[in-house]
Write a protein that binds this ligand. Structure first.
Ligand code: ADP
Length: 405
């Protein structure tokens, strides 16, 4: 089946056309500067890249431009007509408490998604525009919504309720939702299969998944189901990130807001864009640049690096306690897949929990083409895996499953 995976953001639409039979990405691209002027960059296997300035006043024109690129042979098109696209899968950041699994788009589902506007206005509106653009240009093609929050919907109430009066959940739906769910699902599922081959019962495995990128989150996955996760009501919670704070004493928010005379919106921008590795190091939100500065003797860069490693270690410990044990730790996403020193320090000193990595395997993980890369020492009771994530593949597979039902 050919599935078009669409990730619609505020001023951009990323897309990939999958052949689900082979998992092959036939073409992919990016429409950007939507609402400003408009630009498409389109890449197809074995063909020259295509880039063009195309007016994109709204997401609808971006969908038209990507359909044209996919079907126009002169521009790297890989299909004859849009009718060859069997289904469309949308990445949806926030499904609120309303969506617990991937869902076929119907008029009722669109209405339900509109309810999530309040919870994630910056994401939901562009998602709706992407869905409407697809309805306009491919009205007969089934569309499926795949939610970043859905995998975390299995958390028990003690993990997802905050210590505020219940009426705030009733009125405003304030609770922990968690994000990066497709990634946590993908890597925990592969880790679970690897553990099953080692004789573990997949319904009883205890896995901590560390998705470490610009945005980072860590999840506890027991028997294949998420039981806790570090991001919360918003993606600002949890461990330190590229430019987001992660968790801190909530009183600090009010204190800085008052001292600096910030508006709530300015405070939100500050916590999302000026803090994290960038704020602490004063160098960059990109870990590679932070490490380069640390290695050059920059003390604040070292502090940012140390806060990150310490934070990951604390989550591994606390989630092991919450699950009553640990079978595997998984590292994924830009940092998790590529950075041996973060992995080494994050699990360093956890020998008392029977976790030990093999230095050579850790240092060489990036060269491996295996889907599950085992970097644990042979004596380690807990497996440590590097698993490259593939959120688009999850979206394509789920879309195929749902339209085939
Ligand atoms: P996003 O959350 O935007 O999808 P990514 O998963 O691409 O982010 O991760 C981006 C982060 O990964 C950056 O901090 C970057 O420095 C880090 N990263 C990517 N490659 C490497 C590498 N080889 N070594 C260290 N860090 C890396």
């Amino acid at each position: 089946m050919y599935v078009l995976v669409v990730n619609a953001g505020s001023s951009s639409v990323k897309y990939q056309l999958f052949d689900t039979a082979t998992h092959n990405v036939m073409a992919k691209g990016l429409c950007e500067r939507i609402g400003i002027d408009g630009k498409i960059i389109h890449k197809a296997e074995g063909r020259p890249d295509y880039a063009a300035d195309i007016p994109m006043p709204t997401h609808s024109q971006a969908i038209k431009a990507l359909v044209d690129a996919l079907t126009n042979k002169q521009h790297g098109g890989v299909i004859e007509s849009m009718h060859e696209i069997n289904a469309i899968g949308h990445r949806i950041v926030h499904g609120g408490p309303y969506f617990t699994k991937s869902t076929l788009v119907t008029p009722e589902v669109i209405k339900e998604l509109e309810n999530c506007r309040d919870l994630a206005p910056l994401h939901t509106e562009p998602h709706l525009m992407g869905i409407r653009g697809c309805l306009e240009y491919m009205p007969d093609t089934p569309q499926v919504l795949v939610f970043d929050t859905a995998f975390h919907q299995t958390m028990p109430p003690e993990a997802y309720f905050y210590p505020v009066p219940q009426e705030y959940y009733d009125k405003y739906k304030i609770r922990k939702y968690g994000f990066h769910g497709t990634s946590h699902y993908y890597v925990s599922n592969l880790a679970n299969k690897a553990l099953e081959k080692l004789g573990k019962n997949p319904d009883e495995t205890k896995i901590v998944t560390c998705h470490l990128g610009n945005g980072s989150s860590i999840s506890a996955v027991k028997g294949g189901k998420c039981t806790d996760t570090s991001m919360g009501f918003t993606p600002l919670d949890g461990i330190i990130m590229g430019s987001r704070t992660g968790s801190m004493d909530p009183a600090i928010v009010l204190y800085i807001l008052e001292k600096e005379g910030f508006t709530p919106w300015q405070m939100n921008e500050f916590m999302n864009k000026k803090c994290g590795l960038l704020g602490v190091s004063g160098v960059s939100s990109d870990l590679r640049e932070v490490i380069a500065a640390k290695d050059g003797g920059n003390k604040n860069a070292k502090l940012a690096f140390d806060i990150l490693c310490y934070g990951i270690k604390k989550y591994i410990g606390s989630y092991s306690a919450a699950m009553g044990g640990l079978d595997a730790v998984v590292f994924t996403a830009g940092i998790g897949e590529n950075n041996p020193s973060i992995r080494k320090l994050a699990v360093g000193g956890l020998e008392f929990m029977n976790i030990k990595i093999d230095s050579d395997k850790n240092n060489n993980a990036s060269r491996s083409k295996e889907p599950v890369i085992d970097i644990s020492d042979e004596k380690s009771g807990v497996k440590v895996y590097v698993i490259p994530t593939n959120e688009e593949l999850v979206i394509a597979s789920d879309t195929e499953r749902i339209v085939s039902m």
